[in-house]
Design a protein around this ligand. Structure first.
Ligand code: SAH
Ligand code: SF4
Length: 357
């Protein structure tokens, strides 16, 4: 079994069934999530017989690392993992610093951000036309342990250079709210103050807008950040690029966001891939502002990343600035995001598992 699939109660039960004393549970948990051990041999505080049992019963890494790619600026790494059943997923590390840091990254590592972009499914069932993962279709859900293992892979790697993960975004392959239980279990496991201690506020879940799950998420009250992929201001236009809009239209999505904000008092981010001539005009910005005005929200706009199966083009820098200005004049905050990792197909919506050219 994959060791990262076990939560604390399950690990406790298991060790009990092995007739191990209860303090061993804590030793294993701390070894995994605080010392970031990646094999049983490293648990030198355990008995030899327990280490051997762990070797025969536990899988520590569920993936084969098929390959990895670093972006030309050196700040972004994409890793292609092969799962035991042959499915492929990708996870991306982005190193951010303030501009003064960037050229001295090697010496100032500790002051910069290390954001992981993690997959929650192999493929995706939502079929957004501009997204490489959507273009490949749905393969399967990842288990909570397979989600955690992507994070531990990078945490263990970063540890070697005294770096730590600072943010985790569920913006890799898949729709996190279509695999709700396993994503929440992974978050709760990493959030444990006696384990990996990763603060809830440093996670961000991005969803295509599954309304029942947005409401459930609001009710459960985790402090995790929520981002909604909107990309269009009218139902007709959204339906043309996002089939999910047939099931949950813009009004329903925004209503669920109002509910979330009312319940949690947390700001919601709306994501917007700027596609030239499709959703980037001042008129569209005004329509969007009319929908969002007065809400505790922010718009993150990013020029479209190119993908094989979609012919749309990215909005250029000046026109993106006009979109932002228009939104802000109409009372809605907006940030234009930098495109990162595009040269290694590691940008938003570019993860497709098999294409690695
Ligand atoms: N399934 C979730 C999370 C993964 S996608 C969701 O859709 O929100 C992460 C983000 O990348 C989403 O906002 C998605 O709309 C966006 N995205 C997908 N394809 C893109 C592309 N080609 N260019 C820019 N952003 C894209
Ligand atoms: Fe799935 Fe998100 Fe891609 Fe849409 S944008 S196909 S929901 S991964």
């Amino acid at each position: 079994m994959l060791i990262y699939d076990l939560d604390l109660p399950a690990l406790t039960e298991l060790l009990k069934s092995w007739d191990e004393p209860v303090y061993r549970v804590k030793q294993i948990w701390q070894g995994l999530y605080q010392h970031l051990y990646d094999s049983p041999e490293q648990f030198t505080n355990l008995s030899k017989s327990l280490r051997e049992r762990m070797t025969s019963e536990f899988i520590f890494s569920p993936f084969k690392v098929r390959t990895y790619l670093d972006s030309s600026d050196g700040f972004t790494r994409k890793t292609l993992f092969e799962l035991p059943d042959g499915n492929l997923i990708e996870a991306v590390l982005m190193r951010y610093g303030d501009p003064a840091d960037d050229h001295t990254l090697n010496v100032k590592r500790s002051t910069s951000r290390r954001t992981l972009c993690i997959s929650t499914q192999a493929g995706c069932a939502m079929g957004c036309v501009f997204c490489a993962t959507g273009q490949m279709g749905f393969k399967r859900n990842l288990s909570s342990g397979e989600i955690v293992a992507q994070i531990m892979y990078y945490a263990q790697m970063l540890k070697k250079t005294d770096e730590v993960v600072s943010n985790i975004v569920f913006m890799g392959m898949g729709e996190p709210f279509h695999n709700y239980g396993n994503v929440m279990a992974a978050i709760d496991r990493l959030n444990d103050p006696n384990g990996f201690k990763f603060g809830a506020r440093r996670f961000t879940i991005s969803t295509v807008g599954l309304v029942p799950q947005i409401r459930r998420f609001a009710d459960e009250g985790r402090q995790v950040n929520l981002a909604i992929s909107l990309h269009a201001a009218t139902n007709e236009e959204r339906l043309a690029i996002m089939p999910v809009n047939k099931k949950y239209n813009i009004e329903e999505v925004i209503e669920a966001c109002r509910y979330y904000i009312e319940k949690t008092h947390r700001r919601v981010t709306f994501e917007w891939a700027l596609i030239s001539g499709v959703n980037d005009s001042p008129e569209v910005a005004r329509q969007l502002a009319a929908r969002l005005k007065g809400m505790l929200v922010h718009v993150n706009a990013i020029p479209l990343n190119p993908t094989k199966g979609y012919s749309g083009a990215a909005t250029d820098r000046q026109w993106a600035a006009v979109f932002k200005e228009t939104l802000e004049q109409a009372g809605v905050g907006c940030t234009i995001r930098m495109r990162r990792g595009v040269d290694i197909q590691a940008g938003c919506g570019q993860l497709a598992g098999s294409v690695f050219v």
